[in-house]
Design a protein around this ligand. Structure first.
Ligand code: ADP
Ligand code: MG
Length: 696
């Protein structure tokens, strides 16, 4: 059977089910084949009825002796006795399947698989309730549902477990021996993997060489082959992009000139940490290379990434080019604008803010200064590239706190003709497998050291009933001349009106409870000028308590703020909690974070909050987060530019990802690609396969 043919033509599917399957993305026979079992059960060994014990989950084989259908209130119960000649009978009951009267009638030879229990009526009798069954004579190929290592599937639209097993058992036998294999023989040999056709067959109909243990770990030869293929193709795409960038020639390379060194000295308010220096060296090397820089700087919140980026920008500016600094939100862009402007005050640079609040004539003039090259540093949001702002000589584009700045966004920079060096910075610590996936085409630098003098943040979990104590804590903090954030879990960007209302009310409550303090409010619906005013007041200390929504999640930097109260902490994800907590502990004074939880906590919520109390290490938190949520959720939305894998799983397949990556980067360095691979990468095959076509 041609695996590219519509799923409708697969035996047992048909047009109606095909329609339902299409909505799940299953359109071809191959799509269906890639719906792998979630686990396997060993039903090869039949246990004799005389040897059964309650609690066993086994297969038995025998003949139906007596059978009958009865009704009990609204239930219909079909009951039978199975005799396997071992001297004892097994009872089996089925609920609401009256048709079994015609299927499992007396005299039939059947195999039953299920959990053995003691019968409620007669304790010496053993029973299976709703076991899986199979009529032996009817199946000439040997058992599908029993008598072998049996795959157990997750329901797929209209196809429930048993029909699915039947359909896939048949379909997997029709996989053509000469199925094209994107992995050439020589590569398969080096990887030690089996062919594609065999793999597709074996995951659905395990052979004699497969063990239950390997199958259930997704490490049977069939699994390894399919997973490696997927990861390898994905990594190969990244590797090709990376070598593509390396083959490009940028308009200008930048060296660390004496002037640049001088400027850096004038700007730096403190000595750099070892990690900052190392990362800066790595960046400087990229800046001076003939090909564009494509680098990710990872570092926990407060590690000092902004300073590193600024110094890189200084090098570029001193080489006569412009630098753009892109923040994820307007508020942050404005804040960074002020910070950067203050830091470079001793250099003759013009720093430009291009945010939504800059309008009309002002905007026109700013755009003109950027186009003429008069402004050396431009701060804004992503809109900078999306709107294709024209620069006279853009040399470096920095995307700050940009976990959402995926593969395609980076492409966009190039497509808009900027040909600039690109530096992506993220404070979201990412487990390695995810980093290899989301940023696998980038060079990575890690700022893995915090500036000296930081005191650990004390984190505690409190119940809503202890709110009074929290209020006292805020009071004490203010009395010591420090400031506090109170954060509410509202939806960023799309903050709805009722959310804004809730935040406004919360501010009033806090203000009423703390009449002696000034309590400010910050949310995403405020006008830029208002936001700026509030942030300014908070930064100056004119406001002691800032009630805010998650708009303060990233980047906000007020050292005198030493207390973070997170209301409804149970509603936040771990990454977000970590980001929020990172807003305090930025100076050398001891800071604390209070997680206020409401109501009974779910196990997962409890686990999240416990992690927060236990550690401040962003990477530990990230690994834990991935574990608690699974990779799909880890990045929240598809917008992150994560590929969609069909058989691979980022949590489970870390080892295979590493192997795939090493192999992919080796292949990419070879001169020519095998024809099968060449074909796949031509005409957007890679983007399509991994669902990386443009989002939004
Ligand atoms: P990140 O962007 O990595 O979260 P920032 O760049 O905002 O961190 O830095 C956090 C704080 O630490 C800022 O107030 C910054 O001025 C300060 N800082 C950065 N580097 C150093 C350093 N080497 N020594 C002392 N303070 C530093
Ligand atoms: Mg930052």
């Amino acid at each position: 059977m041609d695996l590219e043919s519509p799923v409708q033509f697969v035996k047992g599917v048909g047009p109606q089910r095909a329609e339902a399957l299409a909505t799940l993305g299953v359109r071809t026979a191959l799509d269906l084949l890639l719906h792998l079992p979630m686990r396997y059960e060993d039903r090869r060994q039949f246990v004799r009825v005389a040897e059964l014990r309650p609690g066993m989950r086994v297969a038995v084989s025998g003949q139906v002796t007596v059978a009958g259908l009865r009704r009990a209130r609204r239930l219909s119960i079909y009951e039978l006795r199975l005799d396997d000649g071992s001297g004892r009978l097994l009872k089996a009951i089925f609920f609401n399947q009256p048709f079994l009267r015609d299927v499992l009638n007396a005299g039939k030879r059947v195999v039953l698989f299920g959990l053995v229990e003691r019968d409620a009526m007669a304790s010496r009798l053993l029973v299976m309730r709703s076991p899986q069954y199979e009529i032996v004579e009817a199946d000439e190929h040997g058992g599908i549902h029993t008598g072998r290592l049996v795959p157990v599937y997750e329901k797929l639209g209209p196809l429930t477990v048993k029909p699915l097993r039947r359909v896939l058992a048949q379909l997997s036998e029709q996989v053509p021996e000469d199925l094209p294999d994107p992995l050439p023989a020589e590569l398969r040999e080096r990887l030690g993997v089996i062919g594609r056709a065999e793999a597709l067959r074996r995951v659905h109909r395990p052979g004699d060489d497969d063990t239950l243990e390997a199958l259930n770990r997704f490490r049977s030869p069939g699994h390894v082959r399919l997973i490696l293929e997927e990861l390898l193709l994905f990594q190969l795409g990244l590797a090709r992009r990376r070598s593509g960038v390396r083959a490009e020639r940028k308009r200008a390379a930048f060296s660390v000139t004496d002037e640049a060194r001088e400027a850096v000295k004038r700007i730096l308010p403190f000595p750099l940490t070892g990690a900052q220096r190392r990362v800066l060296r790595e960046i400087a090397e990229d800046l001076s290379a003939p090909h564009p820089m494509n680098r990710l700087v990872q570092g926990d919140v407060g590690a000092g990434k902004t300073m590193v980026a600024l110094l890189a920008m200084v090098v570029v500016v001193e080489n006569g080019h412009q630098a753009a600094f892109m923040a994820p939100t307007e508020i942050l862009a404005e804040q960074h604008f002020l910070t950067l402007k203050r830091l470079v005050a001793r250099c003759p640079y013009r720093v430009e803010l291009l945010s939504a609040s800059v309008k009309g004539r002002e905007r026109k003039q700013a755009l003109a200064r950027i186009a003429s090259g008069e402004s050396q540093i431009v701060v804004g949001t992503h809109a900078l590239i999306q709107e294709g702002v024209s620069f006279a000589r853009l040399g470096l584009a920095v995307a700050d706190e940009q976990h959402r700045f995926g593969v395609l966004q980076r492409d966009e920079l190039r497509k808009k003709g900027y040909e600039a060096d690109v530096l992506v910075m993220t404070a979201t610590p990412i487990p390695r497998t995810l980093a290899l996936t989301a940023y696998g085409d980038l060079e990575v630098s890690v700022v893995d050291e915090k500036p000296p003098g930081r005191v650990p943040i004390r984190t505690e979990l409190r119940q809503a009933s202890e709110r009074r104590a929290v209020l006292e804590l805020v009071r004490t903090t203010a009395a010591e001349g420090r400031q506090a954030y109170v954060v509410y879990p509202l939806v960023e960007e799309s903050e709805k009106l009722e959310d804004v209302k809730a935040a406004t009310e919360a501010r009033e409550e806090w203000a009423a409870a703390l009449p002696e303090l000034r309590v400010g409010l910050l949310h995403g619906r405020m006008k830029s000028a208002e936001k700026e005013a509030v942030m300014g007041e908070f930064a100056r200390g004119a406001i002691q308590v800032l009630v805010a929504t998650t708009v303060i999640e990233v980047g906000v930097d007020v050292r005198n703020a030493t207390l973070m109260v997170i209301e409804h902490a149970e509603r936040f994800g771990l990454a977000q909690l970590h980001q929020l907590r990172g807003r305090v502990g930025r100076g050398s004074v001891a800071s604390s974070c209070v997680l206020l939880a409401y109501g009974r906590l779910s196990d997962v919520a409890r686990a999240r909050l416990d992690v927060m109390v236990e550690t401040e290490d962003g990477f530990v938190i990230a690994e834990k987060d991935l574990e608690l949520r699974g990779p799909g959720d880890f990045f929240g939305t598809r917008q992150w530019g994560l590929p969609s894998f069909r058989v691979a799983n980022l949590l489970r397949d870390r080892d295979l990802m590493e192997r795939a990556r090493a192999e992919a980067f080796r292949i990419a360095d070879e001169k020519s690609l095998a024809p099968a691979l060449e074909q796949f990468f031509g005409a957007g095959g890679w983007e399509r396969r991994f669902g990386l076509a443009r989002v939004g």
